[in-house]
Design a protein around this ligand. Structure first.
Ligand SMILES: *[C@@H]1O[C@H](CO)[C@@H](O)[C@H](O)[C@H]1NC(C)=O
Ligand SMILES: *[C@@H]1O[C@H](CO)[C@@H](O)[C@H](O)[C@H]1NC(C)=O
Ligand SMILES: *[C@@H]1O[C@H](CO)[C@@H](O)[C@H](O)[C@H]1NC(C)=O
Ligand SMILES: *[C@@H]1O[C@H](CO)[C@@H](O)[C@H](O)[C@H]1NC(C)=O
Length: 203
């Protein structure tokens, strides 16, 4: 029974990926942001891994649970040095028995990204998410010589129009030109269908 369930989930993921949902649905960030979603996101855990960091000081990396409200993510990072290069990487994992890379694996150099999205949907999505979730990081170069802090809640609007139900992990990794990790975050969340049809195939 469990095996059959897993198979159905895998099939669903494959079909969904193949359907081109990735390119069409996912990255039209500004247009898709305000549209309602047929699922809810529950954030379970926020981790900042590999700390302490060599060049930055992590003051805070915490989830604040609230009654009847979305939890807040509180991250505060002191970056005393200046950076004219910042590699930003977002990777999404879907838990299928264990966490597997899924749909999002994008990298952009921050200074370049702040200057120009090049009308590229992936870069626009990345920039849009950063504006909403890490607004203190959205400024022209250089980065650093500042304390970056954010107090945000994760909304469905930041995610694609339709996503398979299940457990996810989103990694956000920030590295310097010398490949020194400045911040490495992992956000664990669950996507649940709204309504009675809980099957993955009903998106
Ligand atoms: C989305 O909603 C915000 C405010 O709720 C509004 O300012 C913005 O123009 C809307 N964007 C689109 C593309 O409809
Ligand atoms: C978030 O973290 C900062 C830095 O530690 C702290 O000053 C602030 O009070 C925190 N915010 C909340 C709402 O807990
Ligand atoms: C950091 O910023 C302060 C002002 O906010 C400035 O006086 C100082 O020169 C800067 N340090 C470096 C290394 O750029
Ligand atoms: C940067 O370092 C990580 C390990 O911390 C390594 O996996 C990765 O390959 C390195 N990237 C480059 C471009 O050197």
């Amino acid at each position: 029974m469990l095996q059959l369930q897993n198979f159905v989930v895998l099939l669903g993921v494959l079909l969904w990926t193949c359907a081109g949902a990735y390119t069409q649905n996912m990255f039209n960030y500004e247009e898709q942001k305000n549209l309602s979603r047929s699922y809810t996101i529950q954030v379970h855990r926020l981790l900042c891994i590999d700390a302490p960091y060599k060049e930055t000081i992590l003051n805070e990396c915490r989830m604040i649970f609230r009654r009847n409200q979305r939890p807040l993510l509180n991250v505060s990072l002191e970056a005393p040095k200046k950076y004219n290069y910042l590699m930003i990487q977002f990777q999404l994992y879907y838990k299928f028995i264990k966490y597997q890379p899924f749909l999002i694996d994008i990298k952009a150099e921050g200074c370049d990204l702040m200057r120009d999205r090049k009308n590229d949907p992936t870069r626009r999505w990345m920039y849009g998410v950063m504006q909403d979730l890490m607004s203190s990081l959205v400024h022209p170069c250089p980065f650093g010589n500042i304390t970056y802090s954010g107090l945000v809640s994760l909304k469905e609007e930041y995610a694609p129009r339709s996503v398979p139900a299940g457990e996810y992990r989103m990694d956000g990794i920030f590295t310097s030109q010398a490949n020194v990790t400045l911040l490495s975050m992992q956000l664990f969340f669950e996507v649940r269908r709204k309504g009675i049809l809980k099957s993955m195939l009903e998106w």
